[in-house]
Design a protein around this ligand. Structure first.
Ligand code: HPA
Length: 274
């Protein structure tokens, strides 16, 4: 069920009652293996998803289910420790609900990360990718239903959802830190089953470099309400059918944890440049 503008406001008002006049600028959605970055937030105020009116609770492994407000690398941030996924049973409106609430609280930028399968056979598991564009193929839009003009237009442009200036900042950060950074197209697949080898071959033919089960609904919603977006993917495994081995959630978590240091230093450096 789509939400009303008043509901988003109610959520924002509740959070405002907890954070006072703190004004977050960058909303961060941290995917698998990066939730620990929240522990680096200075002077944090935590607000549990459970307490916020209309918020849903994330159930994915390793996702804490709280918003953290504070300062990280000199930026005033709102960190979502845990996100909602469509495969958990949530609608796309539910999945991207928090983005609009954080917009109402003053965030003008979304920094989003995820773990994904590597579709590009020239790359390898463990690589980091700057998301320059995405494909969502046939999934329903989080913007479906009555348009809330308060947030944005009925037919928003999607030509530059991943803000070019922020992509440049990410390239500079990666260069300064000597962290190799791939660039490519993230293809959304709803899951929770991993893709079939045939699906991966199809996505590759269509131009995908990575495939994953998150991010795209939130980015569409952020673009609609005029936020800048920066997105990164950690390629935790080669996508289905590339190697002769089954995929598993454990493999994804292990790879995410192994890369967390490299990934977090890149994110912190990006924050400084934003
Ligand atoms: N497919 C979809 N989502 C994923 C994958 C994958 O191979 N790895 C991590 N998230």
């Amino acid at each position: 069920m789509p939400y009303t503008f008043a509901q988003y406001q109610e959520s924002a008002d509740f959070i405002r009652s907890r954070i006072g006049d703190f004004q977050p600028r960058v909303a961060m959605i941290l995917g698998s293996g990066l939730g620990f970055l929240g522990d680096r937030v200075e002077n944090p105020v935590a607000v549990s998803y459970r307490d916020i009116p209309h918020f849903k609770v994330s159930t994915a492994p390793g996702h804490k289910g709280q918003l953290l407000f504070g300062t990280l690398a000199g930026q005033k941030v709102a960190v979502m420790q845990g996100r909602m996924h469509h495969y958990e049973g949530y609608s796309y409106e539910d999945v991207s609900y928090a983005v609009r609430v954080l917009r109402l609280l003053g965030c003008d930028t979304l920094l989003v990360t995820n773990a994904a399968g590597c579709v590009n056979t020239a790359w390898k598991a463990g690589d980091l990718m700057l998301i320059t564009d995405h494909m969502k193929l046939f999934l329903e839009s989080p913007l479906r239903g009555e348009n809330l003009e308060e947030f944005g237009p009925r037919f928003p442009d999607s030509s530059h959802l991943y803000t070019p200036a922020l992509c440049d900042a990410a390239r500079q950060a990666a260069q300064a830190l000597d962290i190799p950074l791939r660039e490519g197209v993230y293809c959304y697949f709803p899951g929770p089953q991993f893709e079939t080898p045939a699906e991966i071959r199809a996505f590759r033919t269509l131009g995908a470099d990575a495939v994953g089960m998150s991010t795209v609904p939130e980015v569409i919603t952020a673009g609609h309400c005029g936020m800048q977006v920066l997105g990164f993917t950690l390629l935790t495994n080669m996508a289905a059918g590339i190697l002769d081995q089954p995929l598993s959630g454990e493999e994804v978590m292990e790879a995410a944890n192994a890369a967390s240091e490299k990934f977090s230093s890149l994110l912190l450096d990006c924050l400084k440049r934003m």
